[in-house]
Write a protein that binds this ligand. Structure first.
Ligand SMILES: NC(=O)c1ccc[n+]([C@@H]2O[C@H](COP(=O)([O-])OP(=O)(O)OC[C@H]3O[C@@H](n4cnc5c(N)ncnc54)[C@H](O)[C@@H]3O)[C@@H](O)[C@H]2O)c1
Length: 388
């Protein structure tokens, strides 16, 4: 094989008319990789070759035209039976994922898909076992791991900045408009349980891999959900009843003793640095990371507040934090994971963010809901030993 070889990788991309499929996966990942001339690997260059799949021919054709005339079809089965495509990617609504991913595994495709991988843990584990049995490679989107803010937290952790980490608190959310006076900025299925909606399922998948990867394995969850806004208006201006949770207040115990608490809400107004902020407090220092930036306060710069509600506090608490400088460039988080997955397929590079890792996210979401229903702490059984 010459070092100049081009490895063309056909990718069936399903769900590219959706928010995530179009913006993050097609435009900012696959098209961006094509535009930069592919990905270098030890034996040459990897060049993705997508075919776009969707229900609405006019919409898919318009996207194809925007992307320079990419092949497209409304026939998923035909695309799956075409040997020119060796990878199946899925960013459809969550309730449709398991069936289509299962079909793609049967067709011998490698799998890369959005989270949640399925709507139950048992369906997610079935997909993992089928993929392992079929000998295909597999991965699940865990984009937050490559956000600049989270990578900065990792650098701080690895350099011992925190000392012993005590606790992690996450604040995620913003006001999602109901859709009557001001258009909603998220799809209506997010608020319908029967269509795979609900913030617990959506967000606890993310919190699982962030916690496991950055701070330690999650061993127990206590969660309460709520549907704070019971009525919303859909894409066609029709009122509907919200049947899914739109807020979740969850506490997690990690194996190493760290306590984490994440509030996730589509019914909260933002007065913090970003739509997601994660504060880490350690014996030697603390940090607050947003999506892109991170602020730090070491022990020696920690103010000494004294409680006195009768006067204005003399300390400006925001002044006591230092913004981390940009020490290196960061790529789009989704693109970075795509590149690693394509390198895994062609060059066998390690890729731990598999269907099993995706199943762990579904497990935490499922256990979070169980905790809410039982009003109790629920243990998270390790999945690493599950049979393939
Ligand atoms: N990684 C992340 O940060 C992140 C963020 C948001 C959403 N997501 C996940 O991405 C997935 C898509 O979310 P979205 O916000 O892009 O949703 P969306 O509603 O914008 O897009 C859904 C896609 O599924 C397709 N679809 C829906 N019903 C269908 C049907 N009956 N037949 C065929 N296709 C159908 C739509 O045409 C569209 O292409 C969800 O699983 C969601 O959990 C991930």
């Amino acid at each position: 094989m010459s070092s100049q070889d081009v490895h063309t990788l056909g990718i069936v991309m399903n769900g590219v008319t959706g928010r995530m499929g179009l913006n993050q996966h097609l435009r900012r990942s696959i098209q961006a990789i094509i535009s930069q001339g592919g990905i270098n690997c030890p034996s040459g260059t990897i060049m993705p070759k997508p075919i776009l799949v969707g229900r609405n021919a006019a919409k898919v054709e318009a996207i194809s035209n925007e992307c320079g005339g990419l092949p497209w079809t409304t026939d998923l089965d035909a695309a799956l039976s075409d040997p020119a495509y060796s990878i199946y990617f899925d960013a459809q609504t969550t309730d449709r994922r398991a069936a289509c991913v299962g079909k793609a595994i049967l067709a011998g495709k490698h799998i890369f898909c959005e989270k949640p991988v399925a709507d139950t843990l048992s369906a997610a584990l079935d997909l993992y076992r089928h993929a392992e049995g079929a000998g295909v490679k597999h991965g699940v989107v865990q984009d937050k791991l490559w956000l600049p803010g989270m990578l900065k937290l990792k650098i701080l952790r690895d350099s011992g900045f925190f000392g012993t980490i005590l606790s992690v608190r996450g604040e995620f959310g913003y006001w999602v408009f109901e859709g009557d006076r001001i258009p909603a900025q998220r799809p209506s299925w997010n608020y319908r349980k029967e269509q795979g909606g609900g913030i617990i399922f959506d967000m606890l998948c993310h919190w699982r891999y962030l916690l496991d990867d950055l701070f330690g394995n999650v061993k127990a969850v206590s969660c309460i959900g709520a549907t704070h806004i019971p009525q919303r208006w859909d894409e066609w201006g029709k009122p509907y009843s919200a049947t899914a949770d739109d807020s979740a207040y969850a506490t997690f115990q990690l194996e190493n003793g760290i306590i984490a608490h994440f509030n996730s809400s589509w019914c909260v107004r933002v007065r913090r640095d970003d739509l997601l902020t994660i504060q880490v407090d350690g014996t030697q220092g603390s940090a607050v990371a947003g999506l892109r930036h991170c602020w730090i306060q070491p022990y020696g710069a920690t103010p000494r507040p004294v409680w006195n509600p009768d006067i204005d506090n003399p300390l400006d608490f925001y002044q006591g934090w230092q913004k981390m400088p940009e020490q290196m460039p960061f790529e789009n988080a989704f693109k970075r994971q795509w590149e690693l997955f394509l390198l895994h397929v062609i060059a066998n590079e390690p890729f731990p963010w598999t269907l099993l890792a995706g199943a762990k996210g579904v497990q935490l979401a499922e256990k979070g809901i169980e905790s809410w229903q039982k009003r109790a702490w629920v243990a998270i059984d390790p999945l690493d030993g599950v049979s393939r």
